[in-house]
Design a protein around this ligand. Structure first.
Ligand code: GDP
Ligand code: MN
Length: 388
């Protein structure tokens, strides 16, 4: 999960890390109210999107007065910003961040990343900041340094000194400042279950202050259950409603472009089901993974969600009853069918625990459900039923 710059800066601020004062702008009135609070001669307006490269794309503008700020606001607000990182569709700017400006002396790059290869956290630093780091890594590799953090030792003072030296700082006070700064970032990284913290640029201002001018953070989705504060920062507006609804019931729903709805258990079986449908000449509209422990009611609700998708012409339920028993699945299918006005073709393939009971429940329901115990046969059947 990603958050916006202003949200990351709020976290930084809470940990006592140096960021400039700023205000979230969600409508023109916010700008009118916030601008007079800017204590510096200039202000900076920054489009809030989950992507970098805004500076070059015109999403970061220095403004002299409220009038100029309003003009920039109107140019960016609810427009699509297309930067190198947004893809060609761009990202809608729904809010801006008004910040005090600073006079930059030097710009650096600093990030904490999850180094999956080495199974530890690495710090990447660069003498050149505010630039495309991937490009720099290729063209001027000597300007970049990667430092691995031993998970048992954490940030020893020699690590923060190594960083400070590499970036060209020597005096005692700055070394101390770096030590505190790096330790705070590491603390945030661990406490918030982050997977990435990127500060590009980290600057030394003309009055010799170390300031995080930009802030980007990503988090481990699997840790969000214990990160309520982070979860509350989630912007779901870009996601498909069904995917969000499914997540609330601990189901995973992935929307696809075809017309056969799939209800399966387990990601492996989901992949196999999609392959099987493709081999039979069809195309899946989604896959919905009910996982291992969903109740009859939840599974019936999940089926309802698939039926609700207007692209769906038929449904293939392909479940291997392990932790989920076949009778639970069968009951859910019947429950969902009872609620359905228009009866779409449905093929059910069941195998595993309580298979016989499940089969009987489906047969006794008298709904036109095609029952099979072969995945291949099931795929062929649903493809033929939906291509009429
Ligand atoms: P990004 O392009 O999406 O990474 O956005 P940034 O937040 O990094 O801003 C882009 C660039 O704008 C930075 O690299 C800075 O050079 C510049 N910038 C941002 N804030 C200020 C400021 O207060 N003063 C000055 N002089 N430049 C700024
Ligand atoms: Mn940046």
């Amino acid at each position: 999960m990603n958050i916006y710059e202003y949200q990351a800066k709020k976290i930084f601020k809470n940990y006592g890390i140096n960021v400039l004062d700023g205000y979230l702008i969600e409508k023109i009135e916010d700008l009118e109210a916030a601008f007079p609070k800017i204590k510096t001669r200039l202000g900076v307006l920054k489009a809030q999107v989950h992507a970098g490269g805004r500076g070059k794309a015109g999403g970061v503008k220095i403004v002299k007065n409220l009038e100029e700020a309003k003009k920039v606001f109107n140019e960016l607000y609810y427009k699509k910003l297309i930067s190198k990182q947004t893809g060609e569709d761009g990202e809608l700017v729904k809010s801006l961040y008004l910040e005090e400006a600073c006079e930059i002396d030097k710009e650096f790059y600093l990030s904490f990343i999850l180094n999956r290869k080495k199974a530890l956290i690495s710090i990447i630093i660069s003498k050149k900041g505010g630039v495309d780091i991937e490009k720099l890594a290729v063209e001027e590799a000597d300007k970049i340094k990667t430092i691995d953090i031993d998970p048992l030792l954490g940030i020893s003072s020699y690590i923060s000194r190594e960083i400070a030296f590499f970036l060209g700082f020597k005096d005692k006070e700055k070394l101390k400042e770096f030590d505190i700064f790096i330790n705070k970032l590491y603390k945030i990284y661990l406490e918030k279950d982050a997977t990435m913290i990127e500060i590009n640029p980290l600057v030394l201002s003309k009055d010799e202050k170390l300031i995080c001018l930009d802030a980007k953070m990503s988090f481990d989705d699997n840790a969000l259950f214990r990160q309520k504060e982070i979860l509350a920062m989630k912007d779901d507006s870009k996601r498909i409603k069904a995917e969000i609804d499914a997540e609330k019931d601990s189901l995973s729903y992935v929307s696809l472009s075809g017309n056969i709805g799939c209800l399966v258990n387990g990601a492996g079986l989901a992949m196999a089901t999609m392959d099987s449908i493709k081999f039979s000449g069809g195309s899946p509209a989604n896959f919905l993974d009910i996982g291992g422990s969903a109740s009859t009611e939840i599974i019936a609700k999940a089926l309802g969600m698939i039926f609700d998708d207007e692209n769906v012409r038929g449904v293939f339920v392909n479940v291997f009853g392990g932790i989920n028993h076949c009778d639970t699945i069968a009951n859910a299918v019947v429950m969902a069918m009872e609620k359905l006005d228009e009866k779409l073709p449905i093929v059910v393939r069941l195998q595993g625990t309580n298979y016989e009971i499940g089969k009987k429940i489906i047969e006794d329901s008298n709904f036109p459900i095609y029952l099979t115990d072969s995945m291949d046969e099931g795929s062929k059947k649903i493809v033929s039923l939906t291509s009429i």
